[in-house]
Unconditional design. Structure first.
Length: 299
């Protein structure tokens, strides 16, 4: 069946209107994520801010010795925050799709940690591997042609590298759009699949791309409005996070945390709400497109 790209693009706002408590649950999931990330890796965040400020203030050339603490802090963040981020993003993307294609399963704001999430996680891993292989092969050729053009100095090869690069980028967008209905299919049909999205998106590339661009623009607008609202409140509690670190060099987390508590609470609450709203705006349209294409009854 056909679907309305312009209508589907606004599904995120309709979910917020229909299920405001679900939206609050998604924001709460982000708050828990932010809190756990800061609890487990907060000292590493502090180290990065202080080391960067010290390097900028000294004006000295960075060496492996003074960059060592930075690399170590980034390693801790990667090992701790990345797994948490994957778990939360999988739960939220699945919950948003569930809110559209299975609206009666509304307990806990559609949030679960079950077989749907495991299937979505597995499919996302496969999708990322497919995109990674595409990127390595296609852009490996582009970089090879570019390297030859640089060594030979022939303008024709430079032009060919540019054309191949643009074609590779367009192909990456095409692949992302063709796989965009993967999560709604998994959640609605309760089965593991990756390539089934190709069948549903066949002949619908341009409407889906237009829908995605419209949703992306609306998400950017929401982020900008959220920043405008949060900025005066942030100033009331002491200014930006970077300014709060001034003069805290050498202090322990127990000394730093009470001073950062107001800005952490304000920024954490706003970031959680805005992030949850942006996620709904970006992900819900694809679930709604699936619903319309399959001819399922609206929630």
């Amino acid at each position: 069946m056909a679907f309305s790209a312009s209508d589907a693009a606004f599904e995120g706002f309709r979910i917020v209107r229909r299920r405001p408590l679900a939206m609050l649950m998604w924001a709460l999931a982000y708050i828990v994520f932010f809190a756990l990330a800061f609890l487990l890796a907060g000292s590493s965040f502090v180290t990065i801010m202080q080391q960067v400020e010290a390097l900028e203030g000294s004006g000295a050339t960075p060496t492996m010795e003074n960059l060592g603490p930075l690399f170590q802090a980034y390693g801790v963040i990667l090992l701790v925050v990345a797994p948490l981020s994957i778990i939360v993003s999988t739960m939220l993307s699945t919950a948003i799709a569930r809110a559209v294609v299975r609206p009666k399963d509304s307990a806990f704001g559609y949030l679960r940690l079950g077989m749907d999430e495991l299937r979505v996680f597995g499919a996302m891993v496969v999708m990322m591997l497919l995109i990674a292989v595409y990127y390595v092969v296609v852009f490996g050729v582009v970089f090879g042609v570019g390297a030859y053009a640089n060594s030979s100095g022939q303008g024709g090869w430079f032009a060919l590298a540019l054309v191949l690069g643009l074609a590779g980028f367009c192909g990456l967008i095409w692949l992302a759009v063709r796989l965009s209905l993967m999560v709604p299919i998994i959640v609605a049909e309760k089965r593991f699949t990756v390539l089934s999205s190709f069948g549903l998106t066949k002949g619908r590339f341009w409407p889906l791309l237009g829908m995605a661009l419209l949703a992306f623009i609306m998400a950017i607008v929401v982020a900008f409005l959220g920043w405008l609202i949060s900025m005066p409140l942030t100033l009331l509690v002491g200014g930006s996070m970077a300014s709060q670190f001034a003069g805290m060099e050498g202090q322990s987390m127990t000394q730093i945390l009470p001073k950062l508590a107001p800005i952490l609470i304000v920024s954490g609450l706003f970031n959680a709400v805005v992030s949850a709203l942006q996620l709904a705006i970006m992900y819900a349209p694809f679930a709604e497109a699936y619903r319309q294409i399959k001819g399922l009854e609206a929630g």
